[in-house]
Write a protein that binds this ligand. Sequence first.
Ligand code: SF4
Length: 142
Amino acid sequence: MRSLGGHAHQLAIHNTTQTGASISYEKGCVACCRMVIPAAPPDAFALLSVVEALPSPKKNDRLLERFQAAQKTLHEAGLEDGLRRLSFSEDHDTEEELEPLNRAYYALRIPCPFLEDEMCSIYEQRTSACRELFVTSPAGLS
Ligand code: SF4
C-alpha cells in the first residue's frame, strides 16, 4: 500500500513540477499536520505497531499526553462526536458532512500528536494520506 502511495506521490510531484511549481519539503514544513488526516485500517494498525515499539515509556507518555490534549480540544469544541460518528460510518457518501468538520478542525490548529518540535516524529512510518500531501508554498507557512 505504501509502495503504491509512493508511486502516486511521485507522479503527483512530477505533474506539479511540470507546471513550473516547486515542491517545498524542508524542516518546518508541517502545513498538513493540523488537518484531519484519514487513516484506513492498515494505516491504523501500522501506527499502533509504531506506538507499541516506542523506545521509552517517557516518550510514550508524551505522545499519550498530546493525544489526550487533542481529544480534549475536540471535545470542548463539540467536534469529537461528529468525527467519531464519521470514522465508524459505513456510509461513504459523507463528503457534505465531512467538509464543515474539516474546516472546524483546521480552525482549532490542533497539532498532530506525532509532531515533535514541528517535525514528524514518525516520518518513515507516516500514514498513506500524509505521504500523498505536499505543498508548493515556502516551508514554514502553515
Ligand atoms: S503523522 Fe507526521 S506527517 Fe502525518 S500529520 Fe502527523 S506529524 Fe504530520
